[in-house]
Structures are given as structure tokens and as C-alpha cells.
Design a protein around this ligand. Structure first.
Ligand code: SF4
Length: 350
């Protein structure tokens, strides 16, 4: 059973593998081309919580700017955080740097070859370590992400809701992981989940596993994997202060390293809570011009956007002025860019 399933899936992958900038296609792999572990690692960290289309541009810019793990390890923290801006989950960027530096300092610039060794590195959990071991080194590691969970739940018609089903689905995935071509197999299951066995409308008619698939036979595929009802996310409120000095400079503040958006540049603001007290960075004629909304993993945020024009000699209690020539909105995290878009139309009307 396992051999037939793996063969059918790998035959399909040999023809239909997605072309991805970090991937060595199956034909090249058979010809002996090995993936660069640095590129595999970078792509896997970027893909945590983010989609392939969103990652492609970032991956290209990162590998052009820092083509090796040594180059990334030597990069300035601020430059990496800016290059990461917009990808979200900024702890990943901080761990990315820590990991690159650990690989260079402790492993001579070579990533460990086993999932266990990889897990010792900062920011690498069970999924990422298995993915790098399988894809970069062809280790028979079981790689389980959301795509793989969905495919396993359907192939075996598992109705236990997630997250309780994780252990069962991981065991089912492990039982299928082959000794031969485990790297291609791991990528093939991911591709199947991303392109054929999709969440809403699985294309069972063209699926290489349509014959053995239990959910297809039972007609239950679209409702799997079952999920426990989601907790309702709370709403937090806050104030964001966008100030422009008479010479065009913007008042920005780097957030503390720890916590949400840690180390990122943003607008000075209040706490984010149920009833935040206003906390302007200096006394000025603040005007509320709109509300920026953003959803984080655990809460929705609504920020009252307040703007002010400041005279040349203004002295803020927090933050510092960034000259207009150095200000790059694209380097701000998404929520701060939303604030800026609202503030800009009030401060710089067309
Ligand atoms: S047959 Fe349908 S439900 Fe089953 S694995 Fe293939 S696409 Fe998914």
C-alpha cells in the first residue's frame, strides 16, 4: 500500500511539481543537483504562516542581498528587519539572524544534516527541521504542515477535529514517508495539498490518490479536516501618532526588541488594550483622522490615527525624526503602513 501510494504521488510530482525559486525540480534532482540548505532554510522560515506568492519577492531580495548564510550572519540587524517588513511575525526575522549567526559560529557555515541537529538552532521547530532535513539532505523525515494534515485526513477519512487530530495525522504521514526520494515525496505531498487537495474544492478527478482516497469514496472530502470551533478574537484599541515636522521629517520610534513587532520601526503610540490612555509623544495640536484596523494572531487591533504638524524646533519625549529622504514606508510593518496611508491623506492631500 505505502509503496503504491508513494509511487503514484512521485509519478505525479515528476510531471506537475510547482516551480519555486528555492526548489530543485525533480529532473534536476535525479541528475544529481543538490538543493542549497541555506535557500531551503530561508524559504521554510519565510513560509511559516505565509503563502508562497507572498514569499517569492522577499526570497529573491534576501538571496540577492545575502546570497550565503555567512553574508546573512554578517548583516546589520536593522537592514534585515527592514527587508522583512511586511512579512509579519517579526520574531521570525530576529530568529533568522540568530540562526544564521549560530550556523556560522558553531557549525562552520554548514547547516546540520539531521532533524534533531537542526532543531537545536534558533527558530527551527519540528516542522521546519523535518522539512530542511528532507528537502535539503534527503533524510526520511516526516514533514507535516497544514497541507499535509488536510491530505492525510482525507486520504484516511479521519473525522477527529484539529488540533486534537494532530498526533493521529502525523502518525499516518510518518507511516507513508518513503526511504527512497523522501525530499521529493515531502514536497509532493505539499504540492498536492496546495494545488489539488485544496481546502474548499479538492480536484479529486485529477488526483493521483483518487482511487485509494477514503474521503473521496465517502463523499466527505470538502468537510475535512474537521476543526474545533475557533475562539472569538478579542478587540484591542490604541492610538498611533503620526507627526510631520515643517522640513518634512517624520517622527518614528523603534519598538522594544521583545513583544509584538519587536525591533521594528513604527509610529509612537499608546498601549494596545481595552481602554488605552492617550500617550502622545509630545504636546501638539493632534487631530484624529481615521482608524487603522489590523488582525494579529490572537486579537483584532483598532488604532485611532492622530496627526499633527510640528514646527522645526519640536522636541519629542519619545522617538526621533527621520528625514524625508530616508523615510521608506515599505520598511514599516503592515499595521504601521496602514496607519501611514490614513495619515498621509490628511497631512499630504493630493
Ligand atoms: S482524492 Fe480528493 S480528497 Fe482525496 S487526496 Fe485526492 S484531492 Fe484530496
Amino acid at each position: 500500500m505505502r509503496d503504491a501510494l508513494c509511487r503514484d504521488l512521485l509519478d505525479w510530482y515528476d510531471v506537475h511539481a510547482r516551480q519555486l525559486p528555492w526548489r530543485v525540480p525533480p529532473a534536476a534532482r535525479r541528475a544529481g543537483v543538490r538543493p542549497d540548505p541555506y535557500r531551503v532554510w530561508l524559504s521554510e522560515v519565510m513560509l511559516q504562516q505565509t503563502t508562497v506568492p507572498a514569499v517569492k519577492g522577499y526570497f529573491r531580495r534576501f538571496t540577492e542581498t545575502w546570497p550565503t548564510v555567512e553574508a546573512l550572519a554578517a548583516a546589520e540587524d536593522g537592514a534585515v528587519m527592514e527587508a522583512w517588513a511586511g512579512l509579519g511575525y517579526y520574531a521570525r526575522a530576529r530568529n533568522l539572524l540568530k540562526c544564521a549567526r549560530a550556523v556560522v559560529a558553531e557549525h562552520g557555515g554548514r547547516f546540520p544534516e539531521t532533524a534533531e541537529g537542526l532543531r537545536e538552532l534558533p527558530g527551527i521547530g519540528p516542522y521546519t527541521s523535518a522539512a530542511i532535513a528532507a528537502i535539503a539532505y534527503d533524510a526520511p523525515a516526516t514533514v507535516v504542515d497544514g497541507n499535509v494534515e488536510r491530505v492525510m485526513a482525507r486520504l484516511h477519512d479521519v473525522h477527529t477535529p484539529l488540533p486534537a487530530a494532530k498526533g493521529e495525522l502525523t502518525a499516518l504521514a510518518a507511516a507513508l514517508t518513503p526511504e527512497a526520494r523522501p525530499g521529493d515525496y515531502a514536497q509532493a505531498v505539499m504540492d498536492l495539498g496546495a494545488t489539488i487537495c485544496t481546502p474548499r474544492r479538492p480536484a479529486c478527478g485529477i488526483c493521483p490518490w483518487r482511487t485509494p482516497c477514503a474521503a473521496r469514496a465517502a463523499g466527505t472530502a470538502p468537510e475535512l479536516p474537521a476543526k474545533a470551533p475557533k475562539a472569538v478574537k478579542p478587540v484591542r484599541l490604541g492610538h498611533a501618532y503620526v507627526a510631520r515636522r515643517a522640513d518634512g521629517a517624520w517622527l518614528l520610534e523603534r519598538r522594544p526588541d521583545k513583544g509584538l513587532l519587536g525591533g521594528m520601526l513604527g509610529w509612537p503610540g499608546s498601549d494596545w488594550s481595552a481602554a488605552p490612555a492617550p500617550a502622545p509623544p509630545l504636546a501638539a495640536d493632534w487631530r484624529t483622522v481615521g482608524e487603522a484596523r489590523h488582525t494579529f494572531t490572537h486579537f483584532h487591533l483598532r488604532l485611532a490615527v492622530e496627526v499633527a504638524e510640528l514646527p522645526e524646533g519640536a522636541v519629542p519625549a519619545r522617538g526621533s525624526f527621520v528625514p524625508v529622504a530616508d523615510f521608506r514606508p515599505a520598511a514599516l510593518p503592515t499595521v504601521m503602513r496602514k496607519v501611514f496611508d490614513i495619515a498621509r491623506s490628511a497631512l499630504l492631500p493630493d
